[in-house]
Design a protein. Structure first.
Ligand code: FAD
Length: 450
C-alpha cells in the first residue's frame, strides 16, 4: 500500500509518523516543494528573539527522522497535478525541472497556506515582508539587526502580527501596528481582555486601528504605508493580514470553496476517491459552533492527521473527525493569555447565539501581598439559553495559560456554566483561592455571589 503525502509541515509530518508507527506494510513518501524540511513557524518569534539553539534546529523533523522509520522524504519536489483515473500524481523536481508520474493508493494533501500580500499599489517594493517559513525568518532576522531599519509597520494585529511587533519593538525599532478592525487581537479575544492589553501595546508601539491600507510609498524600497488616516513612515513592512490556501494546482480536480479552501466531508475525504486533506488548507469542524471554520493551528493539523491515519484503510470510517476547539496561547510583553472555542466575534460571524461574561480577581487569597498575588482575568462566552460554554479565555501577568486547556476540555465536552461552577478543583493558597478561578468565573457568569 502506497501513501503519498503532499507538504512536509505539521500535517505531513504527523501523517507520516502515525502511518509508519501504525502499519508495517505501508510505503510512505512525503513530497515538499520547499528546500528545507521542515521549519516550524510556531518557533519563529523565539528564533528572532535569540531564544533557540540554532535556526535550523527550529523544525518539526529532519528527513532522517522519518527515513529511520522506513519513510521517504523529498525536498524541492512539488506535486503539480493529480490524475484520479490512473491514481498518479505529477511530481516536479524544482531544481532540475524534471517531472515524473508517481502512483498512489492513498493521497494526503497537507499543502497549507501562504500569507497574503495586499492588493494595493506598490506592494512589490523591497522590504515588504511576510512572516512564515524559514526564508522569511532569515530575512526578518537580518532586518531586526539592521540599523538602517528604524520604522517598522506591521499590518494585521492577529497572533502573527503581534509576534512580529513584539520582536521588532524589543529590538529597539519604532513599531506601528495596524489593523482594519478596531482593536488588536479583536478576532481572538473579547473586548474586556483587549482593553487590558491595549495600554500594554501602547507602551511599546503606536497602534493604528480601523485603518484602511491604500498603498505603499517608495522608489525601490518601501518608505511608507499609505492609509485613509495618512502616511506612516516605514523602512520595513510586515504583512500578516490573512492567508491564501496553496490549492490553485488542485482546481478542476479537487473541489474547493470560493476562497480556495479544500472541501472535505466529515471524514476528511475530498470529492476524489482516496484523496484526503488536512491542515491549514481545509476548514476543520469547530466543536462549539458545530460548523467548519478557519482554525489554522498546528494542533488542528496534527489531530486531523492522527484521525485520518487511524481510519485511512476503512471502507467507511466508523466515526467522523470530532473537531477542535482551536485552543491557543500567546504572550504580549508581560501578559500571557490562552483562549479556546468561540468569542463574541466568531460566535456572531457563525450565527451562534451567545452572551459573554467577564471576571476579574486576584489569583490567591487577599492576605497574600500584591507582589505575589497577580490579577487574573477570565472571559467566558456561552449560550444564553442552555448555558453551554462556547468559549473562554484567561489572562494574567502570571502564567495561568494551562487554565485555557481546562476551558478547552469543558468546551469539547459541551459542559455548561453550572458544570464549571461546581467542578471540583484543588485549593492551596500557594496557587489559588478557596474556589478555583474557573469555578469563580462560572459562578459569576451565573450571577451568583463570590
Ligand atoms: P503548512 O505549515 O502551511 O505547510 C505546508 C507545506 O506544504 C509547505 O512546506 C509547502 O511548501 C508545502 N507545499 C505546498 N504545496 C505543495 C505542493 N504542491 N507540493 C509539495 N509541497 C507543497 N500553530 C500552533 O498550533 N501554535 C503556534 O504557536 C503557532 N504559531 C505560529 C506562528 C507563525 C509565525 C505562523 C506562520 C504559524 C503559526 N502556527 C501555530 C500555525 C501553524 O504553523 C500551522 O497551522 C501549521 O503549520 C499548518 O500545517 P500544514 O501541514 O497545514 O501546512
Amino acid at each position: 500500500r502506497k501513501v503519498i503525502i503532499v507538504g512536509a509541515s505539521h500535517g505531513g509530518h504527523e501523517s507520516a509518523i502515525e502511518l509508519l508507527d501504525k502499519y508495517d506494510d505501508v510505503d510512505v513518501t512525503i513530497y515538499e516543494a520547499g528546500d528545507f524540511i521542515s521549519f516550524m513557524s510556531c518557533g519563529m518569534q523565539l528564533y528572532l528573539e535569540g531564544k533557540v539553539t540554532a535556526k535550523d534546529d527550529v523544525r518539526n523533523f529532519a528527513p532522517e527522522d522519518v527515513e529511520a522509520k522506513g519513510g521517504h522524504v523529498y525536498a524541492n519536489h512539488e506535486v503539480t497535478a493529480i490524475h484520479p483515473d490512473d491514481k498518479t500524481v505529477t511530481v516536479k523536481d524544482v531544481v532540475s525541472g524534471k517531472e515524473s508520474q508517481v502512483e498512489y493508493d492513498k493521497l494526503i494533501l497537507s499543502s497549507g497556506v501562504t500569507p497574503k500580500t495586499l492588493p494595493v499599489p506598490n506592494s512589490d517594493l523591497k522590504n515588504i515582508f511576510l512572516m512564515r517559513g524559514r526564508d522569511w525568518a532569515t530575512k526578518l532576522n537580518a532586518a531586526k539587526d539592521d540599523p538602517a531599519i528604524k520604522n517598522v509597520v506591521v499590518i494585521g494585529a492577529g497572533y502573527i502580527g503581534i509576534e512580529a511587533s513584539e520582536v521588532f519593538a524589543k529590538a529597539g525599532k519604532h513599531v506601528t501596528l495596524m489593523d482594519m478592525i478596531d482593536r488588536p487581537l479583536g478576532t481572538y479575544l473579547n473586548p474586556e481582555l483587549t482593553n487590558i492589553l491595549e495600554p500594554v501595546f501602547k507602551d511599546h508601539m503606536d497602534l493604528k486601528m480601523n485603518a484602511k491600507i491604500t498603498g505603499f510609498k517608495g522608489e525601490d524600497k518601501v518608505s511608507g504605508v499609505e492609509t485613509d488616516q495618512g502616511v506612516v513612515p516605514a523602512d520595513l513592512v510586515i504583512v500578516s493580514a490573512g492567508v491564501t490556501p496553496n490549492t490553485a494546482w488542485l482546481k478542476g480536480i479537487v473541489d474547493l470553496d470560493q476562497r480556495g479552501w479544500i472541501k472535505t466531508d466529515p471524514y476528511l475525504r475530498t470529492n476524489v476517491k482516496d484523496v484526503y486533506a488536512i491542515g491549514d488548507a481545509i476548514l476543520p469542524l469547530s466543536i462549539p459552533s458545530g460548523k467548519p471554520m478557519p482554525i489554522a493551528l498546528a494542533t488542528t493539523a496534527r489531530r486531523e492527521a492522527q484521525y485520518l491515519v487511524n481510519h485511512l484503510f476503512e471502507a467507511k470510517p466508523d466515526k467522523a473527525f470530532k473537531g477542535v476547539t482551536g485552543a491557543s496561547a500567546l504572550s504580549v510583553f508581560d501578559y500571557h493569555f490562552a483562549t479556546a472555542g468561540l468569542n463574541q466575534f466568531s460566535a456572531k460571524r457563525n450565527d451562534v447565539p451567545y452572551t459573554t461574561s467577564f471576571y476579574e480577581d486576584s489569583m490567591r487569597p487577599a492576605y497574600i501581598p500584591e507582589k505575589d498575588n497577580p490579577k487574573v482575568y477570565v472571559s467566558l462566552t456561552f449560550n444564553p439559553y442552555n448555558h453551554q460554554i462556547l468559549g473562554g479565555a484567561v489572562l494574567s501577568k502570571y502564567d495561568i495559560t494551562a487554565q485555557g486547556n481546562v476551558l478547552a476540555l469543558a468546551i469539547s465536552h459541551k459542559m455548561t456554566l453550572e458544570d464549571l461552577a461546581e467542578q471540583d478543583f484543588f485549593f492551596q493558597p500557594g496557587f489559588d483561592r478557596q474556589w478555583s478561578l474557573l469555578n469563580l468565573a462560572a459562578q459569576h457568569a451565573l450571577g451568583l455571589a463570590k
